[in-house]
Design a protein around this ligand. Structure first.
Ligand SMILES: Cc1ncc(COP(=O)(O)O)c(C=O)c1O
Length: 955
């Protein structure tokens, strides 16, 4: 490689851990002569790509940012008054810098390992408290994908609640007020149809619900901005034993009577305007709150309060979160990855502003809106909505002229029809902006703006007294303490320090691919030309995004070997649903609606069966053999048995057991021969890129977890992106095609983070991506080679190798020493590591996926830690250590425990805290001892504790 080639491919050397010397040492440990030999042994010859992907060679980080700046400038940042669920907002700089742009917050994993995740758990609990308080409903979850999805999840929850037996739907109707956001309607339509829900659209004022209804949804304020009083309607719905969902706006609720006080059963919406940029559609955190009676049915994750082994307060994810996907086809939702990072941002926005600050922002907006409304009315425009918060709708008779003038003033409005214009003001709106809006109307019609004044003291006449909020909110200490930047900065740092992220050590989570999330990939996400674009901005303003979207779709098609791509799904599971809906609609187009069976191997991730059920399919589970491979005989049997009703198969490749199964082509052929289509779960796509491809193998559709393979950070439990790629057969059935099958509120899902994956592909190019795949496989096999002397490794391929991950069997230690997989996971924390994936796909095991981004030194450190733990287990086995009082059972050891005056253990403090030398240089402390899950589930508390409990402490 010459100097110039070296320059353009520099990113690969930054992204991929091992250098040449380390590579050779690792190959020798594995016992192979070269990387090529390892790959040949690992991936079946029959599925290896025969030609290159035709993707451009890499460009340097500097060159990429320079090129991207030019593309960014093709987007036009107009003032946006479009609203409809997306509003310009001000991200406080202290949150932008210390949270949004901070790898200590965005590279964390979902907080399953609670003892090293107390920081984000606290922040998510703040989010839940904020939502619960503002909506006045007692239980809230820790975010959903977007407002539309949250509405659909609410509908599904109420439907399941009322119709326990799906074969006999007693109440299948759901009323949808015609004035909810259009994008929410579209998602409801997609989600209702496959499970047999009948949507009834209409005006809530004239709706006549009967006992055939299980629920209804209204928007508050509605899409025209009108603040309606739904009290009577809610009563009417309750009279027929049905429930009401209110889609709402958190900022408006600082001034409006909250849904809970109006009698609503569920409140949903988006927390975007709490400091999260619009980003052409996302990512943003949706919220969901409800009454106590639904606490076991809420979709998504819920953070709850519990205690640790020392009886100290400790947080962790509550019962149903952990159970959700274990219930597989009986799961009530497929939500896995959600929007944790954005929920944290929104929560911190509320913490920073506090109740008073939020109220001031809301009042300012509504006063500006009132002033605008009054002046437009004075000028003869007819206001449609008498009561409003920040959004007003006027009748117009000259749309084209108004549109032209507004564009020339670089202002966007929302035209819901040729004779209606909607204007939504937001936190960024100033008095001058209002004058600018008036001058647009001024040119369209004669208005004198010179005499306009803004009355600071004006009362809020636009909100009827009966709907003005009287109850207090956010009175907990956390929402009162951090209003100065110094305090906020320290609070953010204090929480960050409690959490183990990639800034500390490798996170070897099988199936989750915690690879490097490079700074250059992330920097453009906060550029205004990407972050301040409204998802419904006219296409003339989004040329930059359009270019990237097309290029990225094209690149992903080449990588997967498919013909078309949709960037809409906001997570892997959402991709599964979208892909299965494409399969469903394909069969419908062939008049084969009877094809309703999906085969799913027993080893599949829990979201697979959950998504299949959501898409209206019947799940038939197929077996795996002793080696963990799909039992082809059983699959064949099931495919043939269900020949007339077979819709398809869901398969993860390489398998969730970390093996490139030899029979995959045959498996695809069997399914096709019996009339089905093949859905490939792309969670393990990082072991395929550049070496093989789903389309080449024989699948018809796959999703890609961009937050795994393509470097989007996990953000402590989201954001993610799960685009789907399909072959020509399925291309007409992608989400949003012909306005059908919409799965996300915005056309390109969480569009702004597509930039991260785009950067990854551009900077690695074809050669770098292929190398990344090879090193993912090398790193896993190296660790396997080191660990196999101590632990039983479950499942390998024909050549004795694993793919990019492998499973370590810990079950024998339960019998030999009473040590469980969980003890090993917790003890790893004492060694400064996050546990690998625990008990998936096999209970009592850990699944290790090192990724290509870790070098040999880090891999060795992790192996040394596990081997040292092995020795610790051995000493329990041979009775040198006590069966109950040992370093494993008591792990993790906190600083408080280690430095306590009293020490009653049968082992030393140093053995507990510093079992290996490297820890003396860099020690990460778990902030709480082992968390008691059962206690927390029995005493479910999902918000900050009542204010009185703080008072008691203060007294
Ligand atoms: C094999 C597999 N399939 C599907 C998913 C779901 O993806 P997401 O969390 O993006 O919804 C996961 C998530 O970990 C997974 O490992």
């Amino acid at each position: 490689m010459n100097l110039f080639e070296k320059q353009s491919s520099e990113f690969a050397t930054r992204h991929i851990g091992p250098d040449e010397t380390e590579t050779n040492q690792m190959l020798a440990t594995i016992g192979v002569g070269s990387l090529d030999e390892l790959i040949d042994k690992t991936i079946p010859a029959g599925i290896r790509l025969q030609k290159k992907l035709d993707i451009a060679e890499p460009i340097s980080e500097f060159e990429y940012l320079t090129q991207l700046k030019k593309i960014a400038n093709k987007n036009k940042v107009f003032k946006s008054y479009i609203g409809q669920g997306y509003y310009d907002t001000i991200t406080p700089s202290v949150i932008l810098r210390n949270l949004f742009e901070n790898p200590g917050w965005y590279t964390q994993y979902t907080p399953y390992q609670a003892e090293i995740a107390q920081g984000r758990l606290e922040s998510l609990l703040n989010f839940q408290t904020m939502v619960s308080d503002l909506t006045a409903l007692p239980i809230a979850n820790a975010s959903l994908l977007d407002e539309g999805t949250a509405a659909a999840e609410a509908m599904a929850m109420l439907f399941n609640h009322k119709n326990k037996d799906h074969d006999h739907i007693s109440a299948g109707k759901f009323f949808v007020d015609e004035k909810i956001f259009e994008q929410t309607k579209e998602i409801l339509i997609t989600r209702a149809q496959p499970v047999g829900i009948e949507l009834v659209f209409g005006d809530y004022k004239t709706a006549q619900p009967d006992e055939k209804y299980f629920g209804a949804i209204v928007q508050y304020p509605n899409r025209e901005g009108s603040v309606e009083d739904y009290k009577d309607f809610i009563e009417k719905v309750h009279e027929v034993n049905a429930q009401v969902v209110m889609a709402t706006d958190l900022l408006a609720l600082t001034l409006l009577t909250p849904p809970g006080e109006l009698g609503a059963d569920v409140a949903i919406g988006s927390s975007q305007r709490f400091g999260v940029p619009m980003g052409f559609g996302g990512p943003h955190a949706a919220f969901f709150s409800t009454k106590d009676e639904f606490k076991r049915n809420i979709p998504g994750r819920i953070i709850g309060v519990s205690v640790d082994a020392e009886n100290n307060r400790a947080l962790r994810m509550a019962l149903q979160t952990r159970e959700q996907h274990i219930r597989r086809e009986k799961a009530t939702s497929n939500i896995c990855t959600a929007q944790a990072l954005l929920a944290n941002m929104a929560a911190m926005y509320a913490v920073y502003h506090g109740a008073e600050g939020l109220k001031e922002i809301a009042e300012r907006i509504t006063l500006l809106t009132q002033t605008l409304a009054e002046h437009l009315q004075e000028s003869g425009f007819e206001l449609v909505n008498k009561n409003y918060f920040d959004t007003i709708t006027f009748k117009i008779d000259h749309r084209q002229k108004l549109e032209e003038i507004s564009q020339s003033h670089e202002i966007n409005f929302h035209f819901s029809s040729d004779d209606l214009i909607t204007i939504s003001l937001d936190e960024t709106t100033t008095k001058n902006d209002v004058l600018d809006i008036l001058s647009v109307f001024n040119s369209a019609k004669d208005i004198d703006t010179s005499a306009i004044t803004f009355d600071n003291e004006a009362s809020l006449e636009n909100i009827p007294e009966s709907l003005q909020r009287t109850s207090e909110f956010l009175q907990y200490p956390v929402f009162k303490k951090y209003h100065s930047e110094t305090e906020m900065m320290r609070y953010l740092k204090a929480l960050e320090n409690k959490d183990l992220s990639l800034t500390q050590s490798m996170i070897a989570l099988g199936s989750c691919t915690m690879k490097l999330n490079a700074a250059t990939e992330l920097i453009p996400v906060s550029w205004a030309h990407f972050s301040r674009i409204h998802p419904f901005a006219p296409s003339a303003q989004t040329e930059g995004y359009d270019f990237i979207v097309k290029d990225l779709e094209n690149l992903l098609c080449k990588i997967t070997g498919f013909a078309a791509c949709s960037l809409q799904p906001n997570s892997g599971a959402q991709g599964e649903f979208a892909g299965l809906m494409a399969i469903r609609r394909y069969h419908e187009s062939k008049n084969a609606t009877h094809r309703n069976v999906i085969l799913i191997p027993i080893s599949a991730h829990g979201t697979n069966p959950a998504s299949a059920v959501m898409a209206g399919f019947k799940v038939v589970v197929t077996k795996c053999d002793e080696q963990g491979n799909i039992d082809i005989e059983d699959l064949k049997l099931q495919a043939e048995k269900n020949k007339d009703s077979l819709a398809g198969l869901m398969v993860t490749y390489p398998s969730t057991h970390g093996v490139f199964e030899e029979g995959i082509k045959e498996i695809c052929d069997i399914v096709h021969a019996n009339g089905g289509l093949v859905y490939m779960d792309g969670a393990n796509m990082n072991a395929q890129v550049g070496l093989t491809a789903p389309g080449f193998i024989g699948a018809d559709v796959c999703h890609l977890n961009l937050h795994k393979t393509f470097a989007i950070p996990h953000g402590g439990g989201g954001p993610g992106m799960g685009p789907i790629c399909v072959n020509e057969k399925l291309a007409p059935f992608l989400p949003g095609k012909n306005n059908e099958g919409t799965v996300s509120a915005a056309q390109y899902g969480s569009a702004s983070i597509l930039l991260i994956s785009y950067a990854y592909i551009k900077m690695l190019g074809e050669s770098g991506m292929k190398k990344a795949t090879e090193y993912a496989i090398l790193n896993a096999n190296y660790m396997k080679a080191r660990l196999k002397k101590y632990f039983k490794i479950l499942f390998t391929g024909k050549g004795g190798t694993c793919a990019h991950e492998f499973i370590v069997d810990l079950r024998p230690f339960k019998t030999s020493a009473g040590i469980e997989a969980e003890d090993v996971a917790k003890r790893l924390m004492d060694y400064g590591f996050h546990a690998p994936t625990l008990s998936f796909p096999v209970a009592g095991t850990i699944m290790i996926e090192p990724t290509e981004s870790e070098n040999k030194q880090e891999l060795d450190k992790f192996c040394d830690a596990l081997i040292s733990i092995y020795e610790e287990i051995k000493s329990v086995e041979n009775e040198e250590a006590d069966k109950k009082d040992n370093v494993l059972k008591n792990s993790p050891h906190t600083l408080a425990v280690i430095t306590a005056d009293e020490w009653n253990h049968s082992y030393s403090r140093s053995k507990a805290a510093f079992p290996l030398d490297y820890l003396k240089e860099n020690k990460f402390w778990a902030s709480v001892s082992r968390v008691n899950n059962t206690y927390g589930d029995r005493n479910l508390i999902c918000t900050c504790e009542p204010v009185e409990s703080y008072l008691e402490v203060e007294r």
